[in-house]
Design a protein around this ligand. Structure first.
Ligand code: ATP
Ligand code: MG
Length: 460
């Protein structure tokens, strides 16, 4: 179906690239994610172009430009304009898939409709060109309006061809806040275990995008069953009940609600990412640690530490970046710990863990608590975390809690007569302790005077 009335504003460079291909006698469109995002009123991340021109013809049309040819075998030439690569791909259909990952071959075809038919979801299978309008052969625009992720063609076959699509379906549902079409959802559940065939890095990337999606809470809640294909440790969490006063959800629904409640505002991207993974994986050890008390309430002794080890195993398996693994595992190991309520205890924790870690820990705890039962006991805990968070913020601006903030350093002590050696470090640590306890002000003269008085005391 072609609709000439649809108008999408293309960046001038993209219009020029399409124009160049068309003037050379080929057909050419923008396609996929950029069409979807434009119709949704969002700004596309990148603009992909597809064309009837063969790779060697694309190279000729753009001979005056720098090109990247690594994708040429699959029909893709990246043309660099103003330092930005634009991917231009020959219309193609994929040959048979035998490993659920890669087509055995690709075949170039003359018609854009054939190219659209190999794409994963109807909302991703639309093409657009100025003057011609929208080419929408599979009802993508109707699904976009209705908020539905639906496979192009038979979902079972499409997931069988490429198991990554199982995760892409869930990822797009979370990113766009869409529902899975019934048949697509059922086929995704049926195909979940084939996700194991997909490379770890690609699984990580899809899950990572899913976790950052605005509808992640709802999508995790609804589609945990599909995700067990990527992370089998999720399965025992589904239906693992948590009787007692603290919880109103089973472990999986709690996880989904906690990820949905996580507030990453003000966090830089890496920090936000490791926080999302930390909350996603924080309770996975609960099924293994579950015990029931005499009152019938569930307890999960040791699930912090064990969960931290599980997170390492899972993130290692997914070949996650080191900072995600270290950051998430570190937070999970203490996510349930008690927080000090006094000034000194807070300073000591700041000294031990660092302010950045504690701020992240508070985000994890608040997300976790937001997914608990709603009652006075939980609200009191939320208040405690918030009070701790403000105390950390205030003390980090005003107090001394680490050796490098102390008004004296090792050289100062040595210049004032202390012999170099391990005693210097010990003395600095006891000065820090005294300053945190407010027994001494953090002032150079006062600290040196105190050290001298100690030395005199110890002289025979
Ligand atoms: P975004 O880049 O915002 O994540 P996108 O839709 O651009 O979303 P890409 O992975 O960049 O997604 O893929 C570009 C297009 O290529 C998709 O819109 C879709 O048409 C097609 N596509 C990508 N991956 C697959 C796949 N595994 N199976 C079928 N078609 C795919
Ligand atoms: Mg893209």
């Amino acid at each position: 179906m072609q609709d000439p009335n649809v108008k999408i504003a293309l960046p001038p460079v993209v219009s020029r690239l399409l124009g160049a291909l068309r003037r050379a006698g080929f057909s050419a469109y923008v396609v996929g994610g950029c069409v979807r995002d434009s119709l949704l009123g969002r700004t596309p991340g990148d603009w992909d172009i597809c064309t009837s021109a063969r790779p060697e013809q694309i190279r000729r049309v753009f001979a005056g430009y720098r090109q990247i040819l690594t994708g040429e075998k699959h029909g893709t030439i990246a043309v660099i304009v103003g330092g930005v690569p634009y991917e231009i791909t020959t219309y193609r259909v994929d040959g048979a898939y035998h490993d659920g990952r890669h087509p055995d071959s690709v075949r170039f075809v003359p018609d854009v409709r054939q190219d659209l038919a190999r794409r994963d979801f109807t909302v991703n299978a639309m093409a657009y060109a100025p003057g011609e309008g929208l080419v929408d052969a599979f009802g993508g625009r109707a699904d976009l309006r209705a908020g539905i992720i639906r496979c192009v063609g038979n979902p079972r076959e499409r997931f069988e061809e490429d198991a990554l699509r199982v995760l892409r379906a869930v990822r797009f549902a979370a990113q766009l806040d869409f529902a899975l079409d019934c048949a697509t959802g059922e086929a995704a559940v049926a195909a979940r275990d084939t996700v194991m065939q997909v490379s770890a890095e690609r699984v990580f990337t899809e899950l990572d995008k899913l976790l950052a999606g605005p509808a992640v809470g709802r999508v995790l809640s609804a589609h945990g069953g599909i995700l067990t294909g990527a992370i089998p440790e999720i399965a025992p969490c589904m239906g693992c009940t948590q009787p007692g006063r603290w919880h109103c959800y089973d472990v999986w629904q709690h996880t989904a609600a906690a990820v949905g409640a996580l507030n990453t505002a003000g966090q830089e991207e890496k920090s936000a990412r490791l926080l999302r993974w930390a909350v996603f994986l924080h309770d996975l050890a609960k099924p293994e640690c579950r015990t029931l008390g005499p009152d019938g309430a569930a307890h999960f002794p040791g699930h912090n530490q064990r969960g931290s080890r599980m997170a390492r195993t899972i993130l290692g398996r997914l070949k996650a970046p080191g900072y995600v693994m270290e950051g998430a595992a570190g937070l999970i190991a203490v996510h349930d710990c008690a927080l000090p309520e006094d000034r000194l205890g807070t300073l000591q924790m700041m000294s031990r863990c660092g302010v950045v870690f504690l701020q992240r820990l508070c985000r994890v705890k608040l997300a976790d608590l937001a997914a608990h039962a709603h009652n006075a006991a939980v609200e009191a805990r939320v208040r405690d975390v918030r009070a701790f968070e403000s105390r950390v913020l205030e003390l980090s601006a005003t107090a001394c809690y680490s050796l490098n903030m102390l008004a004296v350093n090792g050289s100062d002590l040595i210049e004032n007569g202390m012999a170099p050696g391990p005693a210097v470090g010990r003395t600095l640590n006891s000065l820090l302790q005294a300053v945190m306890e407010e027994r001494l002000p953090n002032e150079k003269s006062a600290l040196l005077a105190y050290v001298q008085s100690l030395q005199k005391e110890h002289q025979p």
